[in-house]
Write a protein that binds this ligand. Structure first.
Ligand SMILES: Cc1cc2nc3c(=O)[nH]c(=O)nc-3n(C[C@H](O)[C@H](O)[C@H](O)COP(=O)(O)OP(=O)(O)OC[C@H]3O[C@@H](n4cnc5c(N)ncnc54)[C@H](O)[C@@H]3O)c2cc1C
Length: 442
């Protein structure tokens, strides 16, 4: 292979939350061989995909953006085995595979995510309780190591490297190619059932009652207090049997400029939450296309600009199942009292943890919500971090922008094993992000 021309620019980058920002040299190789050439040229860098992680995990002085390494290598429409370069997005995959009756085994809430980013964050979807994470459906991956060597790792070959790379936030090497097992579907439609839950306890009970449901998620009103605390709209989903395999992938309507931050304040958020709750129908079943069901926010390009120039942090934590509901109530009370929580709060149940060393999910309940950035938010998040850690939970690295090193090391107990694997495969110092430095990884 010969190195093809590439793009290099010095620019200000950030994650999807717009906080923090960093001046960076962004290199976009046109081919996999270009990734290797750039790795040799730079003493330290981090891989980057679509930049849909919220915080600073894909920020560094030198960034290797893989979005032009976006070729499909193989797709078997009989078995659903897909091999693609790491820069291919989930959106690209769906455009090709759904018409043949194959869907992603696990998908996050946006399709603008690369295969490399999905593996590095070991992303989860609304089906974690039955399907686990994205990494659990990766058959093998090809990785460019810090030494320049290219190796293939899988659950049965170089297992230590595989389990450090899935969820490893780009810190073991650059994922070049991955083979994924897709799931069969008969339709591009989802049968969705909506249930209104009057409190947090009712929402978590609904997760239990409908634990056999393939997809489940609850929109939760983080601003409601007292008896209404945690009131939710629980949404369940199953792949439909009818409706055909025609997937409509619409281009988004774009938010053109940064919205004045004052437009999003606790009054507008409270009004949104009350209206959303009132509009939701109880015990309603309807059929909806895949796109709006899984990726409602993809319809509005650049929606992150609604938070204004200072940006926002999406805070996602998980609490262990034992005492999970009462602990979640304690944290929700704190958030409701702060008045800083967003209208986008999502509650999910998680199934058991996997073998990936820095993977986020543990069995229990996870909540994700946005906080508009302000001088007081960092202190609030540190207080919440301490509460979550004290309850045996942890914060999701792909959304984190402020966690302290001590909190990270206390809540991701396998971090030392992770560092040992990085040492073994020549990754220490070679792959580093603003986040890995903040969290005290070498
Ligand atoms: C609207 C929205 C909804 C979301 N919903 C969910 C959800 O439901 N569940 C969930 O788990 N996540 C969710 N996310 C987060 C998102 O799925 C992850 O942050 C994902 O990793 C982003 O992929 P990316 O290609 O943009 O990667 P980036 O944001 O560019 O990078 C993320 C991490 O992956 C690493 N990385 C990227 N490419 C490579 C590569 N080729 N090799 C090695 N490392 C690499 C980077 O170094 C970085 O550490 C959501 C994000 C948004 C914006």
């Amino acid at each position: 292979m010969t190195a093809a021309p590439q793009t290099t620019a010095t620019t200000t980058i950030s994650g999807w939350g717009g906080y923090p920002t960093q001046e960076a040299q962004v290199i976009i190789p046109r081919s996999l061989s270009g990734c290797k050439t750039e790795l040799e040229r730079h003493s330290s860098l981090i891989a980057r995909g679509m930049g849909r992680s919220y915080g600073d995990s894909a920020n560094a002085a030198t960034v290797l953006q893989t979005t032009c390494c976006d070729h499909f290598i193989a797709f078997d429409d009989k078995t659903g085995l897909l091999t693609a370069e790491a820069g291919v997005t989930l959106r690209d995959i769906l455009k090709i595979t759904v018409k043949h009756g194959w869907f992603l085994p696990v998908t996050p809430g946006t399709s603008y995510v690369t295969v490399g980013g999905a593996i590095a964050s070991d992303v989860h979807g609304k089906n974690h309780h039955v399907a686990g994470t994205f990494g659990q459906h990766v058959v093998s991956l090809t990785l460019l190591l810090g030494t320049g060597e290219i190796v293939t790792a899988s659950p049965t070959h170089l297992q230590d490297l595989f389990h450090a790379t899935c969820g490893g936030m780009g810190l073991t090497g650059v994922i070049l190619v991955a083979t994924i097992q897709l799931i069969p579907v008969k339709s591009a439609q989802i049968t969705q059932k909506t249930i209104k839950a009057a409190s947090l306890e009712e929402a978590c009970e609904a997760f239990e009652v409908y634990s056999a449901s393939t997809y489940s998620v609850a929109w939760i009103d983080c601003l409601a207090t007292g008896k209404r605390l945690g009131r939710s709209v629980v949404m369940l989903g199953e792949h439909s049997d009818s409706g055909g395999l025609n997937l409509t992938v619409k281009d988004p309507v774009t938010v053109p400029i940064h919205t004045p931050a004052a437009l999003l304040n606790s009054m507008t958020m409270r009004a949104f939450n009350i209206a959303y709750w009132a509009k939701a129908a109880h015990d309603k079943t309807q059929t909806v296309p895949l796109q709006p069901y899984f990726y409602p926010l993809d319809a509005l390009g650049g929606w992150n600009k609604l938070y204004g120039k200072a940006g926002f942090v999406q805070y996602q934590f998980v609490l262990p199942k034992a005492d999970g509901v009462s602990n979640m109530r304690t944290i929700l009370t704190q958030i409701a009292e702060s008045g800083a929580g967003s209208f986008l709060a999502v509650l999910k149940q998680f199934g058991p943890a996997n073998k990936n060393l820095l993977s986020f999910p543990i069995e229990g309940y996870t909540l994700a919500l946005d906080f508009k950035m302000s001088s007081s938010v960092v202190a609030l998040l540190h207080r919440l971090d301490d509460m979550v850690a004290g309850m045996g939970g942890r914060v999701y690295l792909t959304k984190d922008a402020v966690m302290k090193e001590l909190t990270f090391k206390a809540t991701y107990p396998e971090w030392q094993e992770f560092e040992a694997v990085r040492h073994k495969y020549g990754a220490l110092g070679k792959f580093a992000s603003a986040q890995s430095k903040r969290l005290g990884l070498a």
